[in-house]
Design a protein around this ligand. Structure first.
Ligand code: ADP
Ligand code: MG
Length: 568
């Protein structure tokens, strides 16, 4: 069908548009970042497809972005000669949100503008953000490889529907024409556009071109020339020297790759040489994404090979427990036509993953062990947001288990709060004379852990106990038997052996008491059979008369409850 067709937006698109226009208004200039980012993605996609089909370049191999404006018509146009869109693609990509986690995203919205704005940022506002400043958007596009008469014009006022029609378009790629809303004329200025683009998009590796502006002595005003100039540095940020990159540029690049609104906590940028050659620029976000626990979610690393974009979300480049890391890896060794299947088997990828894992752990150690308050605060933020995910590494990454263990933080009986701030090193440094074990308790909640009768004897003896209440703790502990040669012991399990913490006279007294109550214990055992496997005299309680303990080699009470809850 070549005639004009009007189609309705998906219900979610309508909702998103409405929300965005209202909650992101104070950040409205981000539309430029988003549209330039899309143009840059389109160039990346063309380069990638052209690896196997050079004809797609159509004798126009120099990829670039142009930004122009028309004061009379009150329009801004962002043009690229990237991959372009077919009619079907325009309908699909600009009329639906096929992003993963859409449903979850909407369920998280609170109605509080400020909170929702941050969430929308995380979700990646993209193309639709242009409706913050435009009351009509016209997209004219032709996909690389299609004939000139197979162009498409997509148009919408950002309300209920959009139209598509076939057009003639000689040049490959996409023009996005924004018809500005009343009151948004500040964007009809060379200076405003240029400074906004430099602020947000300087890291883009393509040249971004704008028309030159010059003072005309006769007319006594600046006039716009036909000649274009490049207004950004036009080299991929990760290929530049660290010393040539400002903190702001690092931050803007992070926002570009992560779709995050907030600045990251920290980054690591390295050029690795030797057995495998690659550049890594990796970031730790300041906030967990709303879909951190989505099992289908892939990683946040973009893979490039010799500056050519290969794929988003290359999950083989990071272990699962570091899935929150965002950034870019650019390899010099991989073939350009590498696929996800090849990645799975590739030795080079394994080397890169191991190297990147070490860098991220190193970065976390820097924050965790930092002397400065800023670093300490950052690590505390990191731990709150991602600590539970990092714990998965204890079971997943045998090679780095010791390093990860040192990064863990727990609540403890030494503090009066549920804040997870105590490391194994802190604990070991405070161990009592004669203490050779690390004691912990697991429970459903901080309150349950803290008030457990199992802690009584430890309180009495002044021995610290780590309080573990995250869901993943039991699982993690099954992989963590010792830290720094100190055995980890649950205070709720088996015949608690306090070792040297018990002195000789205590031991003797205990033995006497045990023989004294032998008959009673036997009677109770019979009475409780088969509900209890064993009845023992205990010295670990000081206030409570009795408590249940799990057998040494059995699942603890908490794990049993967890498995039951999971329907096992
Ligand atoms: P995202 O960039 O996160 O995918 P956007 O809302 O920014 O989301 O864009 C939606 C989709 O529209 C893109 O994934 C892409 O398929 C298509 N698109 C947008 N702009 C362009 C463009 N300039 N050239 C080609 N395709 C584009
Ligand atoms: Mg986008």
């Amino acid at each position: 069908a070549s005639e004009k067709q009007t189609l309705g937006f998906q219900a979610e698109v309508k909702q998103l548009l409405h929300l965005m226009i209202h909650s992101l208004y104070s950040n409205k200039e981000i539309f430029l970042r988003e549209l330039i980012s899309n143009a840059s993605d389109a160039a990346d996609k063309l380069r990638f497809e052209a690896i196997n089909n050079a004809a797609l370049f159509e004798n126009d191999p120099e990829l670039k972005i142009r930004v122009t404006f028309d004061k009379q018509a009150r329009t801004i146009t962002i043009s690229d000669n990237g991959i372009g869109m077919s009619r079907e693609e325009a309908i699909e990509h600009l009329g639906t949100i096929a992003k993963s986690g859409t449903k979850e995203f909407f369920s998280k919205l609170s109605g509080d503008q400020q909170k929702d704005a941050a969430l929308i940022g995380q979700f990646g506002v993209g193309f639709y953000s242009a409706f913050i400043v435009a009351d009509r958007i016209t997209v004219e596009s032709r996909r690389a490889g299609l004939p000139a008469d197979q162009g498409v014009r997509w148009e919408s006022a950002g309300e209920g529907d959009f139209s598509v029609e076939q057009i003639e378009k000689g040049t490959r790629g996409t023009d996005i024409i924004l018809h500005l809303r009343e009151g948004e004329d500040e964007f009809l200025s060379n200076w405003k556009l240029k400074s906004t683009i430099r602020k947000y998009s300087d890291h883009i590796s393509l040249p971004i071109l704008m028309q030159k502006e010059e003072w005309d002595d006769e007319k006594k005003e600046t006039v716009i020339k036909d000649e274009f100039e490049t207004i950004n540095q036009a080299s991929a940020l990760w290929t530049r020297n660290k010393s040539d990159i400002t903190p702001e540029q690092y931050t803007e690049f992070y926002k570009h790759v992560s779709h995050d609104f907030e600045a990251p906590l920290a980054h690591t940028h390295n050029r690795v040489e030797g057995r495998s050659e690659y550049i890594q620029l990796l970031y730790i976000p300041a906030r967990a994404p709303f879909d951190l626990w989505d099992r289908n979610k892939r990683g946040g690393i973009k893979l490039y090979v010799k500056r050519v974009f290969i794929m988003d979300d290359a999950e083989q480049l990071m272990p699962v427990y570091l899935r929150f890391v965002k950034g870019v890896i650019d390899s010099s060794d991989l073939p350009l036509n590498v696929s996800r299947e090849i990645l799975q088997e590739s030795r080079d990828i394994r080397v890169i993953r191991e190297g990147s894992t070490k860098r991220v752990l190193g970065l976390l150690e820097e924050l965790a062990n930092g002397e400065e308050q800023e670093q300490k605060d950052k690590y505390a933020t990191f731990w709150t947001e991602f600590g539970q995910v990092l714990k998965e590494g204890i079971g997943e990454d045998q090679a780095n288990k010791d390093r990860i263990a040192k990064l863990l933080r727990f609540a403890s009986t030494i503090n009066d709060s549920d804040a997870q701030t105590v490391s194994f090193d802190d604990y070991i440094g405070r161990m009592k004379e004669g203490q050779d074990k690390i004691y912990y308790i697991t429970a459903d909640s901080y309150a349950a852990a803290k008030n457990s009768p199992h802690l009584e004897i430890f309180r009495k003896k002044g021995v610290e106990v780590l309080l573990m209440t995250d869901r993943v703790d039991e699982w993690m502990l099954s992989f963590l038997q010792e830290v720094e040669g100190k055995e980890l012991v649950s205070v709720a399990k088996g015949d608690l052996d306090l070792g040297k913490l018990e002195d000789e006279s205590e031991k003797k007294q205990h033995e006497e008491t045990e023989s004294q109550y032998k008959d009673l214990v036997e009677k109770m055992k019979k009475a409780l059979e088969p509900k209890a496997k064993e009845v023992r005299v205990t010295f670990r309680l000081t206030d409570s008369p009795a408590c249940l303990v799990a057998d040494e080699n059995e699942l603890s009470g908490n794990l049993v409850r967890m498995l039951k809850a999971a329907g096992q």
